[in-house]
Design a protein around this ligand. Structure first.
Ligand code: HEM
Length: 149
């Protein structure tokens, strides 16, 4: 039971974090498109700041639950299986998760840059930037479901 409930909440917080990972760049696209409209920009910056903080909180909880899933067998072998058992899928997954976190921090830096008066790249560039997380998310999900190596 503990294993399945931990995984349930791991996925819940992963989904919440991914919502922020996908939506923050969307706000950046809107900021890039509304230059010279200070009221709209102020609203978007407020939304972006709140979302950025929310995303980090969700990520923190998802990671803690991920480590419980991964290492729980050491502390509660009756409740958690040894899922990794010397395989390397977990390391590959964590590497891709670290890439996603770096992406999220870059988006946060761009948001802070707009607040400090720095210009964003073009809306088209921001739209391509918005699609990048898929390149990590799809292999992350495949790695944890298939555990191929
Ligand atoms: C973008 C971030 C993440 C995504 C999309 C993600 C996705 C998933 C999914 C879909 C599962 C369920 C797999 C299954 O039922 O077979 C899962 C389980 C798991 N995740 Fe994550 N995860 C993420 C981050 C993390 C992190 C940061 C850790 C470790 C610190 C982690 C460790 C685990 C472990 C150990 C399991 C249990 C695997 C199993 O039950 O077979 N995950 N994750």
């Amino acid at each position: 039971m503990a294993y399945l409930w931990t995984k349930t909440f791991h996925l819940l917080f992963v989904i919440a974090w991914m919502a922020a990972v996908f939506y923050l760049p969307r706000i950046l696209v809107n900021l890039a498109e509304t230059r010279g409209q200070p009221e709209v920009q102020a609203r978007l910056l407020l939304m972006g700041r709140r979302l950025y903080g929310f995303g980090h909180a969700m990520f923190g909880i998802a990671v803690v639950l991920g480590f419980v899933l991964w290492l729980g067998y050491k502390f509660a072998p009756g409740s958690f299986p040894d899922l990794v058992a010397g395989m390397k899928w977990m390391h590959a997954k964590l590497g891709l998760v670290a890439l996603l976190l770096a992406y999220y921090i870059v988006a946060g830096r761009w948001l802070k840059g707009v607040a400090a008066g720095r210009a964003l790249p073009s809306p088209t560039t921001m739209r391509w930037f918005n699609e990048l997380p898929l390149l990590a998310l799809v292999p992350i999900i495949y790695l944890v479901l298939a555990k191929p190596f």
